[in-house]
Each structure stands twice: as C-alpha cells, then as structure tokens.
Design a protein. Structure first.
Lengths: 319, 439
C-alpha cells in the first residue's frame, strides 16, 4: 500500500505542496532539455545530409570549447577568439571532408561510422597535446554572458534562474530558428535536404557532395561550440564534456535520426521528464541517479510503438 | 658441415647467454616503475597534475642524485583514461617488468587485487582503493598509505562534530558521491556510524553522464536540507558540484570533501563564491620547502617537467600530492634496497620495503618535505599507517591549512576493516593469509 502511495499519490501531493519547487524542477529540466537538443542537432544534421552517425560529435564539443578558451589563454581577446574558433571549426570540417570522408564515398555506413571513431581518437590526442588535460574556466564574462541570477518568489517560496542558463535557452532558440530558416529557405539548405532525401538524385542535378559535407560539418562545429560554451560555463571545460554526447543518444532514439524537429522536441521532452521523474519518483523510491537510464527506457518504450522514433521517416523497403 | 653446425650451436649458446645476461644487467641498473595513468578522458583534469607530480619526483632523483642509491628509476605511464578494463590491460602489459603496480582507481584496484597473490607484485594505492586493504595479514600485496577512505570519512565526521560524534544525533548528512566503486567506498562505515551515533545518512549518487549537470542532485539537497554535505567526487564531478552548490546557495562551511575533492582547478571555477569549502587531506602544498625548490631547479626550470606553469600547477594541492605519492614509493624501495642489500629490489623484496616505511617528521625534514605529508609508518599488519590528515580550506584563491593533524577513530574503523577483509578472503577463497606476521 505504501509503495502504491509512493508511486501514485505522494509525488503529486509533493508537487502541490511546494509549487515553487516544482517550477524550479521544470526550469532545470527545460535547461537540460535545451542542451540535450543542441547536442542531438549536431548528430541529426550530419546524419541527414550524409547518413553518417557522427561518433565524434561529443569530442567536437570539447575541441571547440578548448580552442576558444585556449586562444583566450594565449592572449587573444574573447571577441576575436570566438570568430577564430569558428575558423578553426571550418578548417576542421574541410580537413575531415578531404582526408576522411572523400576517400570513403560509397563505402558502407559502418565504415563511415568507424571513421568518425577514428576522428574522435585523433581529436582526443590532438586536443590533449595542444591544450593539456586540465579543467579550464569558460570565459563566460569575457563573452558578455551574464552570470548573476534572477530570484522570483512565487507561492511564497523561491525560484532561482541563472542568467547564463536563460542566455543559453534564448541563444539555443535563436540558433534553432536560424538553422530551420537556413535549411528550409536557403539554396544550400535545400541542397542539404535534397542530399538527405536521395544522394544519387541530388548528385544528378549538380549538387556538390564535397561542398555540402564541409558546410554540414561546419554547422555541426558551430553547434558544438555553442554547446561547449553553455556546458563549459556550468562546470568548466575539460575532456569530461565528451560524455555529454551520450545524453543525445536517447534523444535521437526518441526524436528520430533525420528530424531537426525531433531532436528539439525529443531533447526538451527527455530533459523535463527525466528531471521530474528523478525528483519525485527516482530519489524517494529508487535511491536516485535514475537520469542515467530513464531517457533510454523512455526511448525504448517509444521505439516499441514507433521504431523510427517520433519524427523519423518510416522506411519501407520492397524486395 | 660439422664446422657450420658447431658455429651455429656456439652462436646460439652465446646469443642465449647474452639474452639472459642483458636483462639481468639492465634490471640491476634501473628499477621499472609503471603508473596506470589517466591524462585523457573525463577524469584527466584531476589526473594530470597528480601524474605530473609523481613523474617529477622520480625525475628529480634521477637528475639530482643519479637515481636512488645509484640505480636509475624508470618511470613509465600506461594510459587508462580511468577506465577499469583498460587499467587491467595496462596491468597485464606492464607486470612482467614491474616492481610495483600503481592502479590509480578503486575500480582497477578491485580488479587487480585478486591477481596480486598470484603475480606477486605489490599494489600501491596511496589514499585510495579498498579500505580493508589496511589489514596486511589478509592483503599481503596491497598498500594504501597514509590514510584510507574510511579514515577520511572518520576524520571529516570528527571535524564537523568537534570530536564528539554523538553531537550529530538527529542531524542529516548527505553523501554526494560518484556512482562508481570509489564513490561508494565510504558508505559501509558511514552507515555503521549513522546507526551508532543517531544521524541520518543520505547517499546521493552522481552518474558519469550527470557529473556536469548535477541540478537534480542539488534540487534534492535543497529539498532535504541536510546539515552537512560530504563529497566523494572525482574529475569533473567536483567542479560540477561546487558550481551547483554556489547556485543553490548551500552554505560552503557545511560542505566538505575527501582529499580527491580538494583540487585547486575545480574551486577556481567559482573563486570567492567557494570560500569556506573544506577538504580533508593527508598532504599540504608548500612551495617554499627545500624539496620544492629542488624540483623547481632540477626539473621545472630545466624544462623536464610537463606541468602547466601558466595555471599555477606548481603550487597546487594535487601536483604536490603527486610528489608525495612518489616519495612514499621511493621510501619503500629504499627500505628494501637497504634491508636486502640489493641495488634493484624485486617485487617480493619491495613488498617487505612497503611494509617497513618509516616516514616520521625527521625523515620528512631530511627529504626537504617537512609538513607536506602526514608522518606515518607501516608494518606487516598495518598497510595503511593511518597517519591522519589536515583540513584544508578554500580561501577564494587557494587551499590553506585550516586545522592541526586530525586522526581517525580507529576503534570504530578497525573491527569493520577486519570483518570486511575476512569477508573478502572468504569470498575469494582460497585466499592466503600472512601467518608469519605476528603483530
């Protein structure tokens, strides 16, 4: 009886008893969800245009953030370090296309996937060699990101909203809107979508595979930089940032690998639901740390009914 | 044909002889010290300064003194990324030449521990590993000086209760820990003490992928309002926790950590906002000691160190603790050299050496490291030494010493250590016990 009460009654009673705390939980979930969505977007863009599952997305986040902080440490002012980092990410995209992807055109997907594991290993070693393994402080203030917090007192309690989290949410919204406009309205965006739909058909109408791959990997690099700044501002910049890529996997399972909208909605849904579950069910009943598996269970449940994810394309192959 | 056969046979015998003689000579000329290091991966930020410290002390001895008693020390790193499987691979790869194993993770230590009786190579895990390794009669090949995790937990509780653990009755203490064998290590002792002294223990695990986004854990802390939060964090988890503590406005003077949660790099992220955070530590950084001046002169200024001078690594707690870890190992090797009158002790001889370390105040002064390490000594029955620790406090820019040496409550810990050691031996039977040790 106590167990049923713990599952069905107490969590909702707790929510009603401390609505300010519930608001805080929802806000934290939303911030986490936005960050998950950002990471997932990097995967989706590359998969959409080239059918490559980019294992290197996590280390790209680390590499972009380390480059930004590393340039600043070497005396480059923050506002110059930012465009310089973007240039580095562009150079990286060109190098990956030229050295890794181009020789592997028409190879099976698994070969391309293995190649991205190779890129990961290279970037880990290269990043360590150039920047060292120490935890570095993100140049939050230098980038003019506010670091104070807003305190609200709803329902007689309090809700604290970090200004840098708010900036992250607003920044991510603008980034996503910009990306959607770019993909849907620009010529290059249409070319990326055309490649995603059918490689052969896109090539036959003169779309350059090499150029599109460079652009897509560069956009993934921009997203990696944005993700690195936001996550780095929370707990420093180190190789530990790489593990956050694992948080994107259930988002991709839930939202579908080809869908930008799926990454956004999947990220937000997982961010909010895993936080609410952890606080009201996981911690009191299961000893906590349910965030490590909750998203995967949720994604698996969705896959039972929609194997292509919520927004993924249904693939029908006829023999 | 006969001559040719003779030549071949003679050449083979000679080659075999040289083949045997060369490694023997090489072994006598150097002592191979592998380190299962992690300079990459999620824990690199805390691993790197420690490895730099270990490496630099060995470099100092080779550069300044020509080695140890005339024998060069050959320091070698095998990268594990703090990954248990890779750590075991590194152990297997290095064990043929190793005089010691430095596993550098509680997970790796637990994997390697059963192999130690078979391979007969000492495991040196200063300030980490399985706390009951202290029982030298059961764990003949494992050493965790100068203080174990359970010593650390006991010292923290003594400090926050002003020495009277009964005063914690009715209080709530949260243990914010990495969800990993290392993070779970203090739980058996803390549970036993909670029952004995009437406080509530609230373990709060942090998963690997949640290290940098601990909002759920700190929302729990906000809801539960514990009187103290004790952190058993590592790598990026420490930085994630202190930033969340600042965000949650949890009082820093009620937030304490074990020695691996007292890294300058983590606290620098919050600067002044982290003032008052404390960490128990069996080492204290002091860059003015003769040892540190020698390190600067012979290693750092000579361009033989890998430390990052721009980030003040030389003065940091972890870099200087890395030096202390190598001091402990070298004292063990030196004891073995002198006792067995050999240039390069073998693993079995080093086992004796590690059981006979005597690092008292006089010896630390002689090494130029006075006040940098808690004095301690080991024996065949006591593989930890239980030297205690100081409380360090973050002053906004660096860690400073905030207490005299605190000692663990051994009366509470020892019975549990013996019980768990026995349980371990029974679970891994047949497990050899050192019957020769009469202490």
């Amino acid at each position: 009886m106590d167990f049923l009460n713990g599952i069905l009654v107490k969590p909702f009673a707790d929510m009603a008893a401390a609505p300010d705390f519930l608001l805080q939980v929802l806000w934290e979930g939303l911030v986490g969800g936005v960050l998950y969505a950002l990471i997932a977007l990097g995967f989706v863009l590359i998969y959409k245009s080239s059918r490559i599952f980019n294992f290197a997305q996590g280390i790209m986040v680390v590499f972009a953030a380390l480059t930004l902080v590393g340039l600043h440490e070497r005396g480059v002012p923050a506002l110059f370090a930012l465009p310089l980092t973007l240039l580095v990410m562009l150079a990286l995209a060109m190098a990956i296309e030229r050295v890794v992807l181009r020789p592997l055109v028409n190879q099976p997907d698994i070969i391309l996937f293995m190649a991205t594991i190779g890129i990961t290993m290279f970037l880990i070693g290269f990043g360590e060699l150039i920047f060292g393994g120490e935890n570095k402080v993100m140049i939050t203030r230098e980038l003019m990101i506010p670091t104070d917090s807003f305190i609200f007192e709803p329902f007689g309690g309090f809700v604290s909203i970090e200004q840098k989290d708010l900036t992250a949410v607003v920044g991510a919204v603008f980034l996503v809107i910009g990306l959607l406009v770019f993909l849907n309205k620009s010529k290059i965006g249409r070319a990326i979508r055309a490649l995603g739909d059918d490689h052969q058909a896109a090539l036959s109408v003169g779309i350059s595979l090499s150029t599109i791959w460079v652009i897509v990997w560069f956009i993934a690099g921009v997203i990696a930089l944005a993700t690195g700044i936001v996550w780095g501002a929370r707990a420093g910049v180190s190789f530990a940032l790489e593990v956050i890529a694992f948080k994107a996997l259930p988002v991709l399972m839930l939202g579908g690998l080809e869908s930008v909208m799926g990454a956004i909605i999947g990220g937000l849904a997982i961010g909010i639901l895993e936080k609410v579950f952890e606080i009201y069910w996981g911690q009191p009943l299961l000893g906590g740390n349910t965030e490590a598996w909750f998203a995967y269970v949720l994604a698996l449940l969705v896959l039972l009914f929609r194997p292509q994810g919520l927004f993924g394309e249904k693939i029908i192959e006829r023999v | 044909m006969k001559t040719l056969l003779k030549t071949v046979v003679l050449s083979s015998v000679l080659a075999l002889g040289v083949g045997i003689a060369v490694p023997a000579a090489a072994q006598d000329d150097s002592i191979y010290i592998p380190n299962l290091a992690y300079r990459t991966g999620p824990f690199a930020a805390t691993g790197t300064p420690l490895m730099n410290g270990q490496r630099d002390y060995i470099t100092l001895l080779n550069e300044r003194d020509g080695g140890l008693n005339g024998v060069k020390l050959q320091y070698d790193e095998c990268e594990t990324g703090y990954n248990t499987e890779k750590g075991v691979e590194c152990y297997e790869k290095t064990k043929a030449r190793a005089v010691v194993t430095q596993p550098w993770s509680t997970g790796i230590t637990l994997q390697v521990l059963p192999k130690s009786n078979v391979d007969k190579i000492p495991i040196l895990a200063p300030g980490y590993g399985f706390s009951p390794m202290s029982d030298g009669k059961v764990f003949q090949w494992a050493y965790n000086p100068p203080s174990s995790y359970w010593d650390g937990a006991s010292m923290i509780l003594k400090h926050i209760s002003d020495g009277n653990l009964d005063s914690l009755n009715g209080k709530k203490i949260a243990l914010l820990h990495l969800d990993h064998p290392y993070g779970k290590e203090p739980i058996p002792l803390l549970e036993a003490l909670a029952e004995k002294h009437g406080f509530t223990l609230l373990p709060i695990p942090v998963g690997l992928t949640e290290m940098q986004n601990q909002s759920a854990q700190w929302l729990q802390i906000r809801r539960e309002r514990p009187d103290f939060v004790i952190m058993w964090g590592w790598g990026a988890m420490n930085a994630g926790a202190v930033t969340e503590a600042v965000k949650t406005k949890y009082p820093m003077n009620q937030f304490l950590g074990i020695w691996w949660s007292g890294h300058d790099g983590d606290l620098k992220l919050v600067g002044d906002a982290g003032k008052g955070y404390r960490s128990i530590s069996w080492s204290v950084p002091n860059s003015e000691t003769p040892l540190m001046q020698d390190i600067k002169k012979h290693v750092v200024d000579a361009g033989k160190s890998q430390i990052s001078q721009a980030e003040g690594e030389f003065d940091s707690v972890f870099y200087q603790r890395g030096l202390m870890i190598s001091i402990i190992l070298v004292e063990g090797i030196k004891a073995a050299q002198e006792h067995f009158d050999v240039r390069a002790p073998n693993p079995d001889q080093l086992r004796w050496g590690l059981e006979n370390i005597k690092l008292d105040e006089a010896r630390l002064k002689e090494l130029g490291a006075e006040g940098m390490l808690v004095p301690f000594s080991t024996s065949c029955a006591d593989h930890t030494g239980h030297g205690g620790g100081w409380m360090l406090e973050w002053d906004g820019a660096k860690f400073v010493k905030a207490s005299d040496i605190l000692m663990p409550d051994r009366a509470d810990i020892e019975p549990l250590e013996m019980e768990k050691a026995k349980e371990y031996a029974a679970a891994n039977a047949p497990w050899p016990i050192n019957e020769e040790c009469k202490m």
